[in-house]
Design a protein around this ligand. Structure first.
Ligand SMILES: [Zn+2]
Length: 136
């Protein structure tokens, strides 16, 4: 939503449904709303009403630092399993490269075997933490 501040040019109603009318030449916050049908409509609030609800919103939505910092969560595997998982992922990546190369050089009879191997690697991966989330 786009928000800006202005001096009210005429009387109006506050979009927060407070009882006070908006008087001419008072400070207002203006914005646009989007209806469920896709129409934009104009909104106008008393400056103080808007700031009050904004502060309430921010107090309700405190920032929480993520435990362990940014980035992907660790799977919590021991060193051997991690290495095994890494090797499997590398193996799968090489198979995918060979698959692409086979398609590019029109050696399509290789595809069956490569796909079978890839499925095998994926099945083994399921035993050591599952396949990476971005794989299809
Ligand atoms: Zn108001």
């Amino acid at each position: 939503m786009h928000i800006n501040v202005a001096w009210s040019g005429r009387r109006g109603k506050c979009s927060l449904h407070c009882s006070e009318p908006i008087l001419k030449y008072t400070k207002v916050v203006r914005g646009t709303g989007l209806s469920s049908a896709g129409y934009r409509y104009r909104l106008q609030w008393h400056f103080d009403c808007w700031v009050k609800q904004a502060l309430e919103y921010l107090d309700e939505h405190k920032p929480e630092p993520r435990a362990g910092g940014p980035g992907r969560k660790e799977l919590g595997l021991d060193a051997d399993t991690r290495r095994q998982r890494h090797n499997l992922i590398v193996m799968a990546y090489r198979l995918k490269l060979r698959r692409t190369a086979a398609i590019e050089s029109s050696q399509l009879w290789k595809l069956d075997e490569l796909d079978k191997k890839l499925e095998g690697v994926k099945a083994e991966l399921e035993l050591v933490g599952g396949k990476p989330s971005h794989w299809v």
